[in-house]
Design a binder for this molecule. Sequence first.
Ligand code: ADP
Length: 326
Amino acid sequence: MSVKKIAVLTSGGDAPGMNAAIRSVVRTCAYHNIEVVGVYRGYQGMIEGDFEEMNARSVRDIINRGGTILKSARSKDFKTPEGRKAAYEKLKAAGVDSLVVIGGDGSFTGALLFNKEFGFPVMGIPGTIDNDIYGTDFTLGYDTALNTVIEAIDKIRDTASSHNRLFFIEVMGRDAGHIALNSGVGAGAEEILIPEENIGLKKLLESLEKSRRTGKTSSLVVVAEGDKIGKNVFELKEYVEQHHPDYDVRVSVLGHMQRGGAPSCFDRVLASRMGVKAVESLLEGKSNYMVGIRNNKMELTPLEKAIKGSSKIDTELLRVAEIMAT
Ligand code: ADP
């Protein structure tokens, strides 16, 4: 089957660089003289036929913008066979024959199911700030989020050291500690708490005490949302205050700011490369893959593997973090 018209959508959690990826998909289609439509609001828009024909000029001035111009959504309807059937009918009616999905694990699961049921060619681009997808060294938005986080932590450091305070800074990462580990090293945190490693409260206290004994007057501890020590960062604060009433503990939850902002140069370049690879792979007749970057080369990973596999935490970097906290 020859590819004539591609649809592109963004789905699940948004991430900086999604716009740059949309731009790349649209321009690559224009370059190869293929039609392209943007689907608004992810799979929900696909079910409702919320499409817009796009061309190279539709995506001007968006490479630098955070968020996604196509909007993202979580669609319950797409999880039902009836919903997916309705989406298929809408794509067919619009003359679309292939689909590029920019999103995370959940979005890829939906895409794979859609392909299984209707034989519809699909290609995934990993867009999530968490960097928790197997088959790519970096997901879109991760680098930008790291830069946002270290900028915020740098500011917290200024106030922490002015008052001899201990700060617990919660960053995103429910299941994966990539953001915490990398931003923690980048911002010079004393301790980094991630879901993959449970150092335990006792060791945390010992480590903080050791820092104090060796002359540190303030401390920053970066905590991933999914860290296993406490139920949340406020409980950590309570625990430390109970055991060390002399500590002046503060908590800062960075929250959704980590998803926003203009994408970094790295994410813009990555998005541009991924968009080209996604469209050209569809043109080569490939389907059910996720585009990724490994050792600075574009690579395809079967969607099934990308969904099932897990991205491992960098143990060498964990060691570096430990040494840096000396
Ligand atoms: P992410 O893609 O960032 O992991 P979600 O897990 O919220 O985000 O998934 C995005 C959307 O993908 C969901 O709202 C739903 O429409 C679709 N989706 C997720 N899981 C499935 C599934 N098991 N079957 C069909 N569609 C799914």
